[in-house]
Design a protein. Structure first.
Length: 401
């Protein structure tokens, strides 16, 4: 990983107007193409990178007096970390949001032309999660203007949209961070736990033959069909029985992709089955679950299955009584908003950050139902509400110094 440290100073980016109005700020971010459609470990031509978004965020952080560090996880793909440490004895609030967005295939609106209509801001990333990032920057300015006894850290992360790959590579210096607000669309509710997300690539192999003599071959698709039936009829009910009372439902499983065969007149010698699993805390590990599938398919059905790829994005969960959770609850309550903790099934950067030992809550403007959609939008009142809440969290933390 390439790491660079940048002292306080001025950065001038052509065409960037320093704007701390949340709607204008998020609109400017929408105009920046930061699509991420290829995982870090997959080769191929990338349609865009996070660097321009990183430059934009850095420009605003420097204007607010943050010292900047960049950590490159790949070419043109930086984590941008800003630090504004007023006094090491003060508590430190950290904001984190990711720089990248999903792709734009199938969109019914112009993805990079922000449009405000009927109280909504449209464009790719408006909801997931440039809305959160813009609101966090505005909140930082407000907190600095209030001159509170509070330190601030800002993390603009790379490579979240391909399975939360970037944050595990983030290297913090070990400085005091008392809590991290991770920006994702939660309708400004406080999320204190989410599931682990596993993606299993199973491969079943056979032997090719001409379809005029199929008995000379060993059909990999037919063998894979036994795997699919096992997954659906036996593994899925087993997983759903593993519960955590914080979540409405237990572990889930979905067969998402089946790919096999090259021509209709050739018996297929390979078939891939790609499976999505969401595990609650305390469930068996990802590798143990993969081993279970391989073992049972061999012993019960005589089918050899290989696990050719496993990607796991960690879950997160705050313990009841966590001090930072209390800060966020007090902030929400003081503003008259719902302070009841909630859980979600999708994954966020809070997973790896929690694994690093930090207290995290996920909270941001917008509805997850609008993320990644053909006409993505965020409600304007949600953006303003997020700024208000982020500022109040800072006040709540600083009051306990």
């Amino acid at each position: 990983m390439k790491i660079g440290f940048f002292p306080d100073g001025e950065i001038n980016l052509p065409g960037v107007v320093m704007d701390f109005d949340v709607v204008g700020l998020v609109s400017s971010m929408i105009r920046i193409d930061s699509r991420n459609v290829l995982p870090l470990d997959v080769e191929g031509e990338r349609v865009a990178y996070e660097e321009e978004m990183g430059d934009f965020v850095e420009c605003h952080l420097v204007a607010l007096g943050f010292a900047i560090e960049r950590q490159y996880i790949a070419e043109k793909r930086p984590h941008v970390i800003g630090r504004r440490i007023v006094d090491p004895s003060y508590r430190t609030l950290c904001f984190e949001a990711h720089l990248d967005t999903v792709g734009t295939d199938g969109m019914t609106i112009s993805p990079f032309e922000p449009v405000v209509s009927e109280g909504k801001l449209y464009g790719r990333g408006s909801c997931d999660t440039k809305g959160s990032m813009g609101a966090m920057l505005v909140a930082c300015k407000t907190l600095i203007d209030l001159d509170l006894p509070l330190n601030l850290v800002f993390i603009a992360g790379a490579s979240e949209e391909t399975g939360v790959q970037g944050t595990p590579l983030l290297e913090l210096r070990g400085e005091r961070i008392d809590g991290i607000v991770v920006g994702e669309p939660t309708l400004c509710r406080m999320v204190v736990a989410h599931k682990t997300h596993d993606i299993y690539d199973f491969t079943v192999r056979g032997r090719s033959a001409h379809s005029s003599n199929p008995d000379l071959g060993d059909n990999a698709i037919v063998k894979a069909s036994r795997l699919v039936l096992y997954l659906e009829d036996e593994l899925r009910p087993y997983l759903s029985s593993i519960r955590d009372l914080r979540f409405e439902i237990g572990c889930t499983m979905s067969v998402g992709i089946i790919h096999g065969g090259v021509k209709c007149n050739i018996v297929p010698d390979e078939c891939k089955v790609i499976v999505d699993v969401r595990r609650v805390p305390g469930a068996l590990s990802a590798t143990s679950l993969g081993d279970k599938v391989i073992c049972e398919m061999k012993e019960r059905f005589g089918v050899d299955v290989e696990l050719t790829r496993l990607h796991s994005a960690p879950g997160m969960g705050l313990d009841e009584g966590d001090a930072f959770m209390g800060d966020v609850q007090r902030a929400l309550s003081s503003l008259g908003y719902n302070a009841e903790p909630m859980t979600v099934s999708y994954c966020t950067d809070a997973g790896p950050l929690s694994e690093k030992g930090y207290s995290c809550v996920v909270l941001g403007p917008g509805n997850i139902a609008q993320a990644h959609t053909a006409c993505e939008f965020v409600a304007l009142d949600e953006l303003h509400k997020a700024v208000e809440i982020y500022v109040e969290i800072g006040k709540s933390m600083s009051s306990r110094n």
